[in-house]
Design a protein around this ligand. Structure first.
Ligand code: ZN
Length: 406
């Protein structure tokens, strides 16, 4: 059996190729915005309708005809999928206009639109870009997304198949509670993920870069100065570095957890909860989102039983006698004390135990992650496609479990 995965490589486009790619992006962006305007004027554009619009617009607009039809079609397909999702999934916003200034290029090509030859990625309009082949592609790719990040680096993300390698079996089980002081507190202290503080460490540097940006910002309507662009790049570089460090730490941790446990009970944490509070900065730093995503992805890929547990009452319930306290623990209160049996434990450790118990005893509705509707075209959707069957938990109250990505 194969699994569908994404392999991402750095691209090194020359001046000419960069210019062509950017022009291509503006054409795709124009179509995306056209679709947004259609939606806002009352109609709900489906992909079929948008395709007709594309054919029609291309026939009378030479500027659009210069671009790749594949990239343009894929843009509209992505738009239609995003719109569809915004209707189906609660809490998802409608796709927004992509502005010339702030949006970053991202184009998708299917096999009709690209080839890989002599180590180079060849795209329409005679674009040929050297690829940094940091590892080998396991099989010929079926599509590629070419994109630029905030630092101006270009990447190609290939969708490809690779044989499924069965993970070594494991027997243990673990419960995971997300937090601010410690990113992940688990039932086994050896598997805790400490608060990394990468963003905190570079906060001063980042503030300096942002002050510089503010100082160098010109009047409205004027093109950004050279100095401003340099300062903006510096800030973006710091952000990126912290984000990469967070992702790396999350990966190392998730790999260890998945390798040693079969049942993984995860608190279904909604980052928006903390983002609204005063701890927003630290919460973002803790990179809970990154850790959760990595864990779910690796766990499901290794055919582990990954279960998302709703966080309600986990901090109020005793792990020892499962009595529920009458009052919610204040966020500053670090120790849990049971009024019923006198059990005391670290607040987060207790919550992790409750989360695991919830799954092991099938007490309340834990939503198996496999019930999440797959995201339309994203990387995680591709990765999850080949999951082998995992056990399905009884779902008494099926809450919308489509939130697993956020
Ligand atoms: Zn108790």
């Amino acid at each position: 059996m194969d699994e569908i995965v994404r392999y991402t490589y750095r691209l090194r486009p020359g001046v000419q190729a960069t210019r062509t790619l950017e022009a291509e992006w503006h054409r795709c962006r124009f179509l995306w915005n056209e679709a947004v305007h259609q939606q806002r004027s009352g109609s709900r554009p489906t992909f079929v309708r948008l395709s007709k619009m594309l054919t029609e617009i291309r026939s009378r607009t030479p500027w659009l005809r210069e671009g790749s039809q594949v990239a343009q079609q894929q843009t509209l397909r992505t738009y239609a999928a995003a719109l569809d999702r915004s209707f189906k999934v609660k809490g998802t916003r409608r796709p927004k206009v992509k502005s010339r200034k702030t949006s970053l290029p991202s184009m998708e090509y299917t096999t009709r639109g690209f080839t890989v030859r002599d180590g180079r990625l060849r795209l329409p309009n005679k674009v040929s870009i050297p690829v940094v082949w940091s590892r080998k592609l396991p099989s010929p790719p079926t599509s590629v997304r070419v994109f630029k990040d905030s630092l101006g680096h270009w990447y190609a993300s290939f969708v490809t198949r690779r044989p499924l390698s069965p993970a070594a079996s494991a027997t243990g089980s673990i419960g995971i509670d997300w937090g601010v002081a410690t990113t992940a507190t688990t039932t086994n202290p050896a598997f805790d993920l400490a608060y990394p503080g990468h963003r905190h460490r570079c906060a001063a540097e980042l503030a300096r870069a942002q002050r510089k940006m503010a100082r160098r910002r010109g009047p409205r309507g004027q093109a950004a100065s050279r100095g401003y662009i340099v300062a903006r790049r510096e800030a973006a570089r710091l952000h990126k570095k912290a984000a990469r460090q967070n992702t790396h730490a999350a990966r190392v941790w998730a790999r260890a957890v998945v390798a040693n446990h079969h049942t993984i009970a995860v608190e279904d944490f909604k980052p928006r909860f903390l983002a609204r509070s005063t701890m927003a900065k630290k919460a973002a730093d803790a990179a809970i989102g990154a850790a959760k995503r990595e864990l779910i992805e690796r766990g499901t890929r290794a055919a582990r039983r990954v279960v998302l547990v709703p966080p309600a009452f986990t901090t109020m319930t005793c792990a020892s006698c499962s009595a529920r306290a009458k009052q919610r623990l204040a966020l500053g209160e670090r120790i849990f004390r049971c009024e019923h049996c006198g059990h005391t434990a670290d607040r987060d450790r207790n919550a992790a135990r409750v989360i695991l118990a919830t799954v092991e005893l099938d007490r309340v509705s834990g939503d198996d992650v496999r019930h999440c509707s797959p995201p339309p075209l994203g990387a995680c959707g591709a990765v999850r496609a080949g999951n082998p069957a995992t056990s399905v938990l009884g779902r008494a109250k099926t809450s919308p479990s489509t939130e697993c990505e956020r």
